[in-house]
Design a protein around this ligand. Structure first.
Ligand SMILES: CC(C)(COP(=O)(O)OP(=O)(O)OC[C@H]1O[C@@H](n2cnc3c(N)ncnc32)[C@H](O)[C@@H]1OP(=O)(O)O)[C@@H](O)C(=O)NCCC(=O)NCCS
Length: 298
């Protein structure tokens, strides 16, 4: 039985856990010329895989002469009620690009996922990353929405009316289910309720309570100050509650780290303005793209 997709020079095959350390090295090499090269070590790479529900048995490596020259990491779960595979990083080392390696990896994995009954392929890609955007368009991915990555320049710009009347309480990942009623747009894959639950002790969720009712909350990575979810009830906006939640976060930020908010939906201008007023700036924009596996191009 054919176990991989082969061309005269490159071979693609599904991986397993034994490739973990090779993948870290190749990930660093492939993203070394990236707009925002990821700062990774073994622990952070493991966290990336866990956060995104990556299954190495269903992730692909591309090999040439025994050397891994590319990889496609895949996470699995439900997304908007559909069985979904999430591209948690596709890369080819710089010296082996434009030779069909990525195309070959997708040619291997898309038919397998379709046969497994997975309904859609989801990913995010930086809008200025022309090679990757071209690759994904060629594969048939369509843009769903744009997402902003925002970063604080330094300490928060103070808010004159930070709300001191709300009680701040620590919540659990299980509490997030009931808080989705506060959302104006759904979070991206890596910020979903399932992802927050997977990230375990490195995540913290703070709720703002008024008369025993949760009127706002923030879910973030402790120390690094990376916000995954943030919402204030529409009836309780412009009362300093969002600013209070940010101030609570900032008080436990590791010195030298900058607060970040990952993947703000561009259809939420009020949210973007809120963060800009506190001193955040849009650092980059991503497309969220989906390929339906019911009627895909391959
Ligand atoms: C994006 C990337 C993975 C493409 O890998 P690759 O093996 O070079 O791509 P392929 O040779 O399989 O190209 C397949 C198609 O993608 C598109 N493409 C790839 N590189 C391109 C480039 N530099 N410019 C324009 N289109 C490009 C083309 O449509 C190409 O088909 P064609 O050659 O018939 O025109 C690679 O450039 C890379 O590793 N970049 C850094 C990591 C990254 O940005 N990953 C994506 C975000 S997770």
């Amino acid at each position: 039985m054919r176990s991989g997709n082969e061309t005269p020079t490159i071979t693609c095959r599904f991986l397993d856990e034994s490739y973990f350390e090779v993948l870290l090295r190749k990930f660093q090499e492939a993203f070394s010329d990236y707009a925002h090269p990821p700062k990774l070590d073994l622990e952070r790479f493991r966290s990336h895989l866990v956060l995104n529900a990556v299954d190495l048995d269903r992730s692909v490596g591309c090999f040439e002469g025994g050397e891994m020259i590319g990889f496609s990491l895949n996470g699995f779960g439900q997304w908007n009620g559909r069985s979904t595979v999430y591209d948690a990083g596709t890369g080819v080392i710089p010296t082996r690009r434009r030779r069909g390696a990525s195309q070959a990896m997708f040619d291997l994995q898309i038919p397998r996922f379709r046969a497994d009954g997975i309904e859609q392929y989801l990913l995010e890609v930086i809008t200025s990353n022309d090679p990757a955007v071209s690759l994904y368009k060629k594969l048939g991915f369509r843009t769903q929405r744009e997402l902003f990555f925002m970063e604080a320049g330094g300490p928060l710009v103070p808010e004159s009316q930070t709300n001191v009347t709300v009680d701040i309480r620590v919540l659990s990942a299980a509490d997030l289910v009931g808080l989705s009623k506060l959302w104006c747009a759904g979070p991206s894959w890596q910020n979903s309720n399932e992802a927050v639950a997977r990230s375990g002790s490195s995540r913290r969720i703070l709720g703002a309570f008024l008369d025993g009712q949760c009127v706002g909350y923030v879910a973030y990575t402790t120390g690094m100050g990376r916000i995954a979810q943030f919402a204030v009830d529409t009836d309780h906006r412009r009362k300093g509650i969002g600013s209070r939640l940010l101030a609570e976060m900032e008080s436990e930020l590791t010195p030298g780290e900058k607060m970040q908010v990952i993947n703000v939906d561009d259809r939420l201008p009020e949210t973007v303005r809120f963060f800009e007023k506190r001193g955040f700036r849009i650092a980059l924009t991503q497309y969220e793209m989906i390929l339906s596996l019911h009627d895909g191009a391959i």
